[in-house]
Design a protein around this ligand. Structure first.
Ligand code: HEC
Ligand code: HEC
Length: 375
């Protein structure tokens, strides 16, 4: 890097000096020519044969050697400098991409002198996902089972950790096609949205630039569901205990519990974007708890099989880079205890049904509860 930088400065200096010298010599020669009385070329005196075959020939050969040396050195300098030049060009282009992505992510309007102006290239992700991707909420109208329309506030996930749970390719797919039936629209042209491929790439570059590190994300989440013990300086005390139900609500329920994102949660694990996890279905899919843990840790991948009969789509995030292994183990324990009926047809009858649930919509409490089969 440094050597190439120095070489570059030297090369530029040499070129400038050579150019200036050439210019001087050129001007001097032209002046000299003009000042002499013109002689017809066939009468011009020239060197004798002796001189032509010795001194003159030698000088021409010397100049050829110097030119070859010069070209050789120049090629070597270019060879050494080229990777750095490319690296720098790449860095510059990447920085510009992040800048464009920040605009795409940011607000769609600005107020100048009391007047609203549209910002070109802005798509307003921030309005829902919060500045710097910290999460937020969006107004949304849902049609409930009775066919009635309701205005709700739909929780929007944080995005400053989205690349910890999804691959870049998976995020590209989410951006392009959106999440049907939620406030998250399709943004990419292929999905019917307004963003060009370049704008999608720029937005992903911006998202990359605001990601928490694995350590930061784990530290931020370490106290969620912690009921005993402490988490300090990246270390969990040996007596630590986690409540799987709390963790499930915080990280899984938005996809696996109907209505969870808009404060109308049905039975935990009743499904939604992800499959229902009730009725002991996870015990069937993952006879071994280790496989279950491995799946939650890594998430799913497009067309990669999982469990006994699972076929991944890449939509199930992996949590190994943002939750501690102890947390994932607690969630898995909890999931394996969700033995009530399927898909929200039965209100929660598991351990949490006895707790007052503010997010149960009025009227639903009247549905008779079925006894939990395994308890
Ligand atoms: C009108 C609100 C709204 C806007 C605007 C919006 N989103 Fe979303 N987004 C959501 C909601 C809500 C979800 C979660 C949907 C669900 O519950 O499955 C979501 C989900 C996502 C996800 C998946 C994250 C995960 O972990 O599930 C990504 C990535 C994402 N949005 C990126 C963006 C980007 C980038 C933009 C701007 C181009 C954007 N969103 C604009 C509301 C919005
Ligand atoms: C962004 C939405 C989303 C979130 C958040 C999410 N999941 Fe999933 N999950 C899915 C989808 C979608 C599938 C189906 C598999 C696929 O499409 O790849 C799935 C599949 C599963 C399965 C396999 C179910 C089966 O029977 O095949 C389990 C178990 C599971 N998730 C547990 C969890 C746990 C535990 C969490 C929280 C730590 C979680 N999920 C968070 C979307 C999500």
């Amino acid at each position: 890097m440094i050597i190439a930088g120095v070489l570059e400065s030297v090369a530029i200096a040499v070129t400038v000096v050579a150019l200036v010298l050439f210019l001087f010599i050129f001007i001097a020669v032209m002046r000299d020519r003009r000042s002499r009385t013109p002689v017809p070329p066939n009468l011009k005196p020239f060197l004798e044969d002796d001189a032509l075959e010795t001194t003159r020939l030698e000088r021409v050969l010397q100049m050829a050697v110097v030119s070859v040396l010069f070209l050789g050195i120049a090629m070597a300098v270019i060879f050494v400098m080229e990777p750095t030049r490319q690296e720098r060009a790449f860095e510059e282009l990447s920085e510009k991409s992040v800048e464009r992505g920040a605009i795409a992510y940011g607000p769609t309007e600005e107020v100048i002198d009391g007047e609203k102006h549209a910002i070109s290239g802005a798509f307003g992700c921030q309005a829902c996902h919060g500045p710097e991707g910290t999460g937020g909420a969006a107004k949304y109208t849902i049609t409930d089972a009775a066919g009635e329309q309701k205005n709700v506030a739909w929780t929007c996930p944080s995005l400053n950790d989205v690349l910890l749970r999804y691959s870049e390719e998976e995020v590209r797919t989410i951006l392009t096609y959106g999440r049907q039936g939620t406030p998250m629209p399709a943004w990419g042209e292929e999905g019917g949205g307004a963003m060009s491929r370049q704008q999608i790439e720029d937005t992903i570059a911006y998202l990359k630039s605001i990601q928490l590190s694995e350590e930061e994300a784990k530290a931020k989440n370490a106290e969620v569901g912690l009921v005993k013990g402490t988490y300090k300086d990246g270390k969990l005390s040996s007596d630590a205990e986690y409540d799987g139900a709390v963790l499930f609500d915080s990280f899984c329920a938005r996809c696996h519990t109907i209505g969870y994102s808009y404060n109308a949660a049905e039975a935990p694990g009743s499904g939604g974007f992800g499959p229902s996890l009730r009725g002991g279905s996870t015990l069937e899919q993952f006879p071994s708890a280790e496989d279950h843990i491995a799946f939650i840790t890594a998430g799913s991948e497009w067309q990669i099989a999982y469990g006994v009969r699972g076929q991944g789509t890449g939509r199930m995030p992996g949590f190994g880079l943002m939750l501690l292994p102890e947390q994932i183990a607690a969630i898995v324990d909890y999931e394996r205890s969700l033995t009530g009926g399927f898909a929200g047809t039965t209100p929660a009858v598991d351990s949490r049904a006895q707790e007052p649930q503010s997010n149960v919509t009025p009227g639903e409490e009247q549905i008779p509860a079925e006894p939990d089969v395994t308890e």
